[in-house]
Structures are given as structure tokens and as C-alpha cells.
Design a binder for this molecule. Structure first.
Ligand SMILES: Nc1nc2c(ncn2[C@@H]2O[C@H](COP(=O)(O)OP(=O)(O)O)[C@@H](O)[C@H]2O)c(=O)[nH]1
Ligand SMILES: [Mg+2]
Length: 380
């Protein structure tokens, strides 16, 4: 779908902005374990990415369950346009009680990247900034068909204030189309009620095609996707990425079966620039402002603590009273000096006004004399 609105078709100016920002795009997956996060990354690689050296190495190591935060790097090529892609694969969380806080490293990772970027920006010489700020975080929701769990809500809230959050229903092949629709509606209702700020593609009013595309994307949120690393034969006899069932196959890139293509379009084509810019302008700036606020806030805090200590000590109290007296006296003296100065100015103004009056009087007299002289001349 919508191959016509890719990165390489961006107007020149925006194209330049992407180049200037270093053309790095960082994507993170998050959610409970076993929801298909790693599979999704591999699916994305198989459908879109050309060179993925790290990815191959990872496969050779035979890693299956993700145990720590793992960065997969790749290069995305579209026509003559290259983008460095970082995908942050994260271990799942929430499978048992002890694991409830296991999402904290994800939050820390996002914050740390903002922090590291901020520190590098403050350096007088910035050779090459290492930038792993997360531009989009895909949050995987278990396909229960019911609703969001309290843990989902808790984590999504934390993520949404830091990063462009994109909710995903994983394993869409395990639900019927009707179930998916109802599930989506319920999730959207909870997101709204809980005021979780998810990423929403902007609608450009002066570009009908892209506005229409954005509307389709928005209506599909949360994206219900299917991931697969293997190819199966579809009814048309083509080998496609999908999952095989006794009743037939579920295709990754079939719009009737999954929102995978819509999600891929949002991430790697139509909304990549907006995700990069909003990370810079909204999430990074928010982080920076919070940091600055925090350091100012701390200063105020220590000052008020000091005054409190000062007031409670009788010896300090005496000193304080004395200081106050000296201060009041000084103010009074200053005030007196000011009044005197003010009076001087008023006197000076009066004197000048008088001078002015007498000068004006002289002018009048001279004018009279000229008149008289002219009259006499006229008589002659
Ligand atoms: N039915 C179905 N199974 C999936 C899908 N994606 C992944 N899986 C399976 O779910 C299991 C866990 O996947 P994995 O990617 O390791 O999940 P992670 O823990 O979130 O990284 C594996 O057996 C996958 O084959 C999907 O879209 N549909
Ligand atoms: Mg994994």
C-alpha cells in the first residue's frame, strides 16, 4: 500500500532535514515475553531490509528468548536514500510476580539515551554524536480479546510520556476479524479513558493522498499484526511469509489478515520523518526541560532548608534582627538621598521654565521691534 508516499518522495526541504539529523532511525519493541517481538523484528528484516549483518550473526548464535536489551543494526535503502536503522529488542516482562518491575530497564534505556544526547550536546566540540534516542516504541498487547491489563496500562503510561508509543495487537492470526475489531475498540476506549498519549500520524490538510493515508493508519490503531520467519504457499501458489493452519494460512503481508503493511508504512516510510522530528521537538525537549527544572528545583529546596534552620536557632534569630535593622536604616538613608535628588530636579526644572519664559518674552519684544521697523520702511 501507499508506496507513493515514501521517504524518497519527500519534498526537498524535508529530505534535507532527514539528512541533517543523520538519517538514523531507532525503533524499540516492548511488551510481555512470548508475544512475538523478536519474531516481528525478523519479519521486518525479511520483508524490508537489505543488509543486516548483525541480524545474521544473531541467528547463528541461536538466540531465541531475549534475555537482555539487544541492539540490531541495519541499513534501510530506498532508491538513493540510506537510513541507519537501530532496533532495540527487549526482554519481555510480567510473566510472574517477581518480574513486575522488569520493564524498568526499558524506561531507563529511553531516558539514558536522552541524557547521553544532552551531555554530548553540551560539549564544546561535538565530533560525532552517538544518538540512540528511541523514535518509536512498539508496545505489544497480548491477543486475549478482552482488554488491556493493569500492567499494560502502567507501562504504556510510563512510555507515552517519553517516546512515540505505537500500540500493537500481536498474533492477530489467533483472533477472528470480528474479535480483532471489538478488541481494538476496547483498547482504544481504555487508552482514551486512561489518557495514555499514543502516537497519532498527523493529517496534512494540503495533501489529500497523505491525509487519506494518515486517516487509514489512525483508524487501524492498535495495529493487529502477524509475524513469521518462514514462507508458506498461499492459495495463489506464491511463497509468502505466513503461518500455516489446518484451515488455511495467515499471511503477514495480506491486508485482509494483518495490519503489518500499515505498520511498516508508518515506521519506515510515511511517518519516519515525523517520528524523528517529534522525538526531537517533543520528547527530547520535554526530557531536557524536566532535567533543567529538577536542577533548579533542587537549588530552591536547599535554600529553603537553610532558612528554616536559620529561623529555628535563637542566636541566628538575633543576628537576623540586627541585619534587618541595618538594612532598614540603609533603605531610609537611600530614600532620603533620593528625595533630595528629586527635589533638585524639580527646582532645576522650575528655573529653566522661568528662563524659557524670559527668553520667549525677549523674542516677542524683538518681533515687535521688527514689525515697527517694517512699518516705518513701508511709509518711506
Ligand atoms: N500465532 C502466532 N505466533 C507467533 C506470532 N509471532 C510470533 N509467534 C510465536 O510466538 C513465540 C514467541 O515469539 P518471540 O518472537 O520469541 O516473542 P518475544 O518473547 O516477544 O520476543 C514463538 O513461538 C513465535 O513463533 C504470530 O504473529 N502469530
Ligand atoms: Mg524476544
Amino acid at each position: 500500500m501507499s508506496d507513493f508516499v515514501g521517504i524518497s518522495n519527500l519534498p526537498n526541504q524535508r529530505y534535507k532535514i532527514v539528512s541533517k539529523t543523520g538519517s538514523t532511525f531507532t525503533l524499540m519493541v516492548a511488551g510481555e515475553s512470548g508475544l512475538g517481538k523478536t519474531t516481528f523484528i525478523n519479519t521486518l528484516f525479511q520483508t524490508s531490509l537489505k543488509s543486516h549483518v548483525d541480524h545474521k550473526a544473531r541467528h547463528q548464535k541461536g538466540i531465541r528468548s531475549t534475555v537482555e536489551i539487544d541492539i540490531v543494526r541495519a541499513e534501510l535503502e530506498e532508491k538513493d536514500f540510506k537510513i541507519r536503522l537501530n532496533i532495540i529488542d527487549t526482554p519481555g516482562f510480567g510473566d510472574n510476580v517477581n518480574n513486575r518491575r522488569a520493564f524498568q530497564p526499558l524506561i531507563d534505556f529511553i531516558d539514558d539515551q536522552h541524557d547521553s544526547y544532552m551531555k554530548q550536546e553540551q560539549q564544546p566540540t561535538r565530533s560525532e554524536i552517538k544518538d540512540l534516542r528511541v523514535h518509536a516504541c512498539l508496545y505489544f498487547i497480548r491477543p486475549t480479546g478482552h482488554s488491556l491489563k493493569p500492567l499494560d496500562i502502567e507501562v504504556m503510561k510510563k512510555l507515552s510520556t517519553r517516546v512515540n508509543l505505537v500500540p500493537i495487537i500481536s498474533k492477530a492470526d489467533t483472533l477472528s476479524p470480528r474479535e480483532i475489531n471489538e478488541f481494538k475498540q476496547r483498547i482504544r476506549a481504555v487508552i482514551e479513558a486512561q489518557e495514555i498519549k499514543i502516537y497519532s500520524p498527523p493529517i496534512e490538510i494540503d495533501d489529500e493522498a497523505s491525509a487519506e493515508h494518515s486517516k487509514i493508519l489512525i483508524e487501524s490503531i492498535p495495529f493487529a499484526i502477524i509475524g513469521s520467519e518462514t514462507k508458506v504457499q498461499n492459495p495463489e501458489g506464491e511463497m509468502v511469509l505466513g503461518r500455516e493452519y489446518p484451515w488455511g494460512i495467515a499471511e503477514v503481508e495480506n491486508e485482509q489478515h494483518s495490519d503489518f503493511l500499515k505498520l511498516r508504512s508508518l515506521l519506515l516510510r510515511t511517518n519516519m520523518l515525523d517520528l524523528i522530528l517529534s522525538t526531537e521537538e517533543l520528547h527530547y525537549e520535554t526530557y531536557r526541560a524536566l532535567k533543567l527544572d529538577a536542577s533548579n528545583g533542587n537549588k530552591d529546596d536547599s535554600r529553603s532548608k537553610l532558612t528554616k534552620r536559620f529561623n529555628n536557632n535563637p542566636q541566628f534569630k538575633e543576628e537576623e534582627d540586627q541585619l534587618k535593622k541595618v538594612f532598614t536604616d540603609q533603605v531610609k538613608a537611600e530614600e532620603g538621598r533620593f528625595r533630595k535628588w528629586e527635589q533638585n530636579i524639580i527646582n532645576e526644572r522650575q528655573r529653566m521654565n522661568l528662563d524659557l519664559e524670559s527668553v520667549q518674552h525677549q523674542i516677542k519684544q524683538l518681533e515687535e521691534q521688527i514689525k515697527d521697523l517694517n512699518i516705518k520702511k513701508g511709509y518711506k
